[in-house]
Design a protein around this ligand. Structure first.
Ligand code: 48F
Length: 257
């Protein structure tokens, strides 16, 4: 039996990896915005994978606000959560309360069922660059990073990379440091209304082949943080997916990877 368990896990995981060496979109970060982005991409037939550096998926959502694991979502984002069949209760005009664990579980479940593959425990540590376009990501085991081991990484080729790494805006910071041409302004202190408004506008392509969504979008453009309100995160994830779907349909990306 032990041999069957081991063989099944290794063979199926290797198959998954080999089938995803070249994809349409790589999303860095399986927080709420990255998951929603992955769901809508996969729903539109776009081959999408998500790399999450942690053992758990969900980023900042399961922690709710200061460990109180409920979250707030505004009316305009409820349609998206209905599509994921996630429960909600009205709190006040325009504001709903959701269970943080149910919400993140629902987002992850439907995203995976839509066939966006999530690889956890893998850190995106760099991008692949061709001329002036991002053409994929450089990955390594999170454990190698934690142990500070000098192990060379591997690469995944993609038409688009989505930076959904949250407050740290990590992928954009890598591009800022190594490629140049972009500047990550860094997030500002909390101002929920402004942060929630600006996150939608901030969700866009910031370098050829590189899209920012979720809190990374506000960090990129120097907009405020907003705390445990998540309407903007899910709307931003959906918008990032729409930008890519439209662009791929128009044939705007480089097909000659
Ligand atoms: O932080 P996170 O939840 O980002 P988000 O989707 O949502 C933000 C909210 O949770 C909250 C908020 C609400 O108002 O402000 O903070 O924008 O999820 C980001 C995920 O990316 C992973 C990280 O572990 C987390 O799960 N991540 C970060 N850097 C990397 C990464 C990396 N280099 N490679 C892979 N995963």
């Amino acid at each position: 039996m032990e041999k069957i368990i081991t063989e099944g896990i290794i063979k199926s995981y290797m198959k998954d990896l080999l089938e995803n060496l070249e994809v349409d979109v790589v999303i860095a970060g399986a927080g709420p915005s990255g998951l929603v982005c992955g769901y809508y991409l996969a729903k539109n037939g776009i081959k999408t994978i998500i790399f999450e550096r942690h053992l758990k998926i969900g980023g900042g959502m399961p922690g709710g606000g200061m460990f109180f694991n409920n979250i707030i979502v505004q009316e305009e984002a409820i349609e998206i959560l209905k599509e994921f069949k996630i429960g909600y209760k009205k709190f006040k005009e325009n504001y709903y309360i959701l269970d943080a664990i149910e919400t993140i579980s629902g987002l992850a479940y439907k995203t995976i069922r839509q066939k966006a593959k999530i690889f956890n425990l893998i850190n995106v540590e760099d991008v692949v660059i061709r001329e002036n376009k991002i053409d994929g990501v450089v990955i390594n085991w999170t454990s190698a990073k934690i142990a500070n081991l000098h192990v060379d990484p591997l690469a995944i080729i993609s038409k688009y990379v989505v930076d959904a790494t949250g407050h740290d805006c990590e992928i954009c910071k890598i591009v800022e440091k190594k490629v140049g041409d972009i500047i990550v302004k860094g997030e500002k202190s909390m101002w929920a209304e402004k942060g929630e408004k600006e996150i939608i506008e901030n969700t866009k392509q910031v370098y050829p082949g590189l899209i920012v969504c979720g809190m990374a979008a506000n960090a990129f453009f120097g907009s405020p943080r907003m705390g445990a309100i998540f309407g903007g995160m899910v709307l931003s994830g959906k918008k990032a997916a729409e930008i890519i779907v439209n662009s791929i349909k128009k044939g705007e990306c480089n097909e000659d990877n």
